[in-house]
Write a protein that binds this ligand. Structure first.
Ligand code: SAH
Ligand code: DHB
Ligand code: MG
Length: 224
């Protein structure tokens, strides 16, 4: 028998939640403050946040890039994973309001000194950090249609051993569909599919998709 993908048993899910306590109290405050600011609650879930932090800490990273800051919840996971006080998280956010809430998150958690937030379309701002590279980790969680563009940037600017992580890569269950509710949805799903395919077949990468609720693509750069 070949063991299958995923874990759907509610008993196993509650076991995991009780045993691993995926979120500390400070994340409640972030979720609440973000909601009060009228920001949609599309942060990574508690377990994907925990996965992100464990994976990030394994890299002992000094330089991390995040594309899609929202309110700084995943950014806090990444910032606290930096290996030293000289480590830096460069995080990119389109919406000024989101960036403002994120700055407050980083300030309250005492990581502001290590985090630089860039406001505007990420593709316009990424060139500003290219001379800080190569990077240890690039976490991609912004507009889905641009995931292939973000991946191409990351492929170029990661060190060997560096990792790309992409959120929502099952496309909310639509990843294999061919009919969509809107053109925007079609473009989002096409972006996610191209992203997964690019990393799954790239000669410089070894990639997998972790079967979390949202799907978390993880790709490590294996050669220059
Ligand atoms: N990583 C966050 C969630 C990100 S949600 C967390 O888990 O806590 C996606 C974010 O990407 C939103 O805040 C949205 O405003 C931002 N975004 C959308 N298009 C973008 C673009 N072109 N450049 C940068 N950010 C973008
Ligand atoms: C949504 C969720 C996300 O994690 C994200 O990055 C963007 C959008 C959503 O549920 O709409
Ligand atoms: Mg996401």
């Amino acid at each position: 028998m070949i063991k299958q993908f995923g874990q759907n048993d509610p008993k196993m899910i509650s076991y995991a939640e009780v045993t691993f306590s995926p979120e500390e109290k400070e994340f409640d405050e972030i979720r609440n403050r973000s909601e009060r600011a009228g920001i949609p609650p599309i942060h990574v879930g508690p377990f994907d946040g925990l996965h992100l932090e464990v994976l990030a800490r394994m890299l002992r990273p000094e330089k991390i890039v995040e594309i899609g800051t929202l309110s700084g919840l995943s950014g806090l996971r990444l910032a606290r994973s930096l290996a030293s006080n000289n480590g830096r998280l460069y995080t990119f956010e389109y919406a000024p309001k989101h960036a403002q809430v994120a700055e407050e998150t980083f300030r309250k958690s005492g990581v502001s000194e290590q985090v630089k937030v860039f406001v505007g379309p990420a593709l316009n701002n990424l060139p500003k950090i290219e001379n800080e590279g190569p990077f240890d980790l690039v976490f991609i969680d912004a507009d889905k249609a641009n995931y292939p563009n973000y991946a191409k940037w990351a492929i170029k600017h990661l060190k060997v051993g560096g990792v790309i992580i992409g959120d929502n890569t099952f496309g909310w269950g639509f990843i294999e569909d061919h009919e969509f509710e809107s053109e925007a949805q079609r473009l989002d799903i096409a972006g996610l599919r191209e992203f997964n395919h690019l990393l799954a077949t790239h000669p410089q990468f070894k990639a997998t998709i972790l079967p979390t609720h949202e799907g978390l693509t993880v790709a490590v750069k294996i050669r220059s």
